[in-house]
Write a protein of this length. Structure first.
Length: 82
């Protein structure tokens, strides 16, 4: 799925703060590339891979919410809880 934007959380930055510049760049590239295009990063270094394994499910969840929202959301006329 191609996207124009995505949510970047403070926790992503916090995870990257202790990384070297090269690892931080690889981590940010992985996040941006996956969030916008859905392409999985390849051959990440161990510290980057560890953080990536925690971030990927968050991005997947946000992309699912985005896809579900683009279907139109809940029809209020037939909504029992409304």
């Amino acid at each position: 799925m191609q996207r124009e934007s995505f949510i970047f959380y403070q926790s992503f930055k916090s995870a990257a703060d202790s990384m070297s510049n090269a690892n931080r760049l690889a981590f940010y590239d992985a996040i941006i590339g996956y969030a916008l295009t859905g392409k999985e990063p390849k051959s990440l270094k161990k510290p980057v891979q560890s953080c990536w394994d925690l971030v990927k499910p968050i991005i997947d969840s946000n992309n699912k919410k985005y896809a579900d929202g683009s279907k139109g959301g809940t029809n209020r006329i037939n909504c029992i809880r409304c």
